[in-house]
Design a protein around this ligand. Structure first.
Ligand code: CP
Ligand code: NVA
Length: 306
């Protein structure tokens, strides 16, 4: 059987996402009811971090333990990865000693090379280009609060980064729309991320226009990990791409606000919005745990019943 990886959002079909969300509901409910669910007993997840993390590390490590397995943390500094061992060799070795690998790294090409040499499924825990596990959690969080995201409009205000790229892919797979507004010079590049269907996104020069009528308003840091050298230039370029109360009022009255976190209050979002009644950022963070448990179970065991 061919190994299945989750390297970008479009690696899965809508039908697969529907299954994963159904399992997420069941797994979350079991866990909240203190009922054991240990399908991955004796299985090992290796987590490789080449960038910092709080949520991704915690949710994968806790999630794997809750499924009965164990998780091992590796970082560039303390492993041979930081000393030039080829990624292909690392993949061969790591995948002989584990059942599942999660990687947070820089270029998408690195994770693709790892996956091509891996005997076990590989999960993208964030690359410069994509953050599929976060959007997996965000769509689940939207559904919990407002129902199915199909046909809805998500406003993206800010950088055309890994989060934005993944929303654009998700819109195609799950059939919703993204209104994108980025500062000049930081535009989206749909062709580079395999987004061909232009009916699932629209570009707006003014972030207020992107938010108008939106069901969900989403933003992220102005400077992503790995781009710190551009910090000062970005602070100036992104000054008008801050989600504030006025933008939220332009959206639908029942619109939600999401941010993958960590956030910088006063930069990409005001405290009034992120700490306000429309914000669901803590649910979003928690749902990383539940959706990733369903994802790991699916990658290792396929479709299960009840
Ligand atoms: N949202 C997210 O991936 O958070 P961490 O960087 O803390 O893992
Ligand atoms: N776009 C951010 C997301 C952090 C979870 C980054 O890549 O740093």
């Amino acid at each position: 059987m061919a190994i299945k990886h989750f390297l970008q959002f479009r690696d899965f079909t809508r039908d697969e996402f529907e299954y994963i969300y159904e399992r997420t509901r069941w797994i979350k409910n079991q866990f909240k009811s203190y009922r054991k669910h240990w399908p991955l007993c004796d299985r090992t997840l290796v987590m490789i971090f080449e960038k910092a993390s709080t949520r991704t590390r915690l949710s994968f490590e806790a999630g794997m333990q809750q499924l009965g397995g164990s998780a091992i943390y590796l970082n560039t500094r303390d492993s041979q990865l930081g000393r030039g061992e080829p990624v292909e060799d690392a993949a061969q070795v790591i995948s002989r000693m584990s059942d599942l690998v999660m990687i947070r790294t820089f270029e998408q090409e690195i994770i693709e090379r790892f996956a091509a040499n891996s005997r076990v499924p590989v999960i993208n825990g964030l690359t410069n280009e994509y953050h599929p596990c976060q959007i997996l959690a965000d769509v689940c969080t939207y559904a919990e609060h407002r129902g199915c995201i199909q046909g809805k409009t998500v406003a993206w205000v800010g950088d055309a980064n890994n989060m934005c790229n993944t929303w654009l892919q998700a819109a195609e797979v799950l059939d919703f729309k993204v209104n994108v507004s980025t500062p000049p010079g930081y535009e989206i590049k749909p062709d580079q991320i395999g987004v061909v269907d232009r009916s699932h996104f629209e570009v707006f020069a003014d972030p207020m226009d992107a938010c108008r009528g939106a069901d969900l308003v989403n933003t992220d840091v102005w400077t992503s990990m790995g781009f710190e050298a551009e910090n000062e230039t970005r602070r100036k370029a992104f000054a008008d791409w801050r989600v504030d109360g006025e933008m939220m009022r332009a959206a639908r009255p029942d619109a939600l606000f999401m941010h993958c976190l960590p956030a910088h209050r006063g930069e990409e979002v005001t405290a009034e919005v992120i700490d306000g009644p429309q914000s669901v950022v803590w649910d979003e963070a928690e749902n990383r745990l539940h959706v990733q448990k369903a994802l790991m179970e699916y990658l290792l065991l396929g479709r299960l019943q009840g």
